[in-house]
Ligand binder design. Structure first.
Ligand code: ATP
Length: 191
């Protein structure tokens, strides 16, 4: 498997989209890695590491895409998860779920699952290894990095150290000791 995994996810169409949808455009599944996009007489096949179709569950996306990254992180390997897509495509749903405070197990997104998974992996790791879990939250807006845990830091600089690690200089880091606390803290800081 390569170092980068790229997946596509379809979400169910809204009632408005169903009403407005054009008959001359269709998407058909070939298998779990490819689909065919058809417009008029033109056909195009798209292939990914995995395609999550409309009926895919949040747990499927987590297990395929995020769990390997969580397991690697516990072994000291850096990982990143990026969602990309036009407005309304389903990025927030995939990452957070219907709400970041959502209790519905099925609809929980990647973020709460990653936090739970991280602590699960740490719990089952050997007792000789000591872990520290820290949380930072930033947003990039108009080319500036803003610290969401301290809004006075509105122009955080991205730097590289001698070990070629990318750092957000001066960003707020809070130490997290259990999964529940990470959300309580981030929500408390946010409000
Ligand atoms: N896989 C899914 N299953 C069911 N509903 C979904 C799914 N993905 C997205 N939705 C719903 O579609 C709507 C748009 O999704 P969402 O808000 O996640 O889009 P977004 O890409 O984050 O948009 P924006 O860039 O505008 O913030 C929401 O009502 C969301 O609940």
């Amino acid at each position: 498997m390569s170092n980068i995994t790229v997946c596509a996810r379809f979400r169910p169409m809204s009632s408005k989209e169903k009403k407005d949808s054009r008959d001359n455009i269709s998407i058909s599944s070939l298998n779990s890695e490819s689909f065919v996009f058809k417009e008029e007489k033109e056909e195009c096949t798209f292939s990914f590491d995995k395609v999550f179709y409309e009926e895919s569950m949040q747990a499927d996306v987590y297990e395929f895409l995020a769990l390997p990254i969580v397991k690697d992180a516990v072994k000291g390997v850096n990982g990143t998860i990026i969602t990309y897509g036009q407005t309304g495509a389903g990025k927030t749903y995939s990452v957070e779920g219907t709400s970041i405070l959502e209790c519905d197990e099925q609809k929980k997104g990647l973020l709460p699952r990653v936090v739970d998974g991280l602590f699960e992996c740490i719990k089952s790791a050997d007792e000789l290894t000591k872990y520290t879990v820290k949380l930072s939250m930033v947003e990039i807006y108009m080319e500036k990095v803003r610290d969401l845990l301290d809004l006075t830091k509105d122009n955080i600089q991205i730097k590289e150290n001698k070990m070629q690690e990318i750092l957000l200089s001066g960003v707020t880091e809070i130490t997290i000791s259990d999964p529940g606390r990470s959300f309580a803290k981030s929500i408390w800081w946010d409000s």
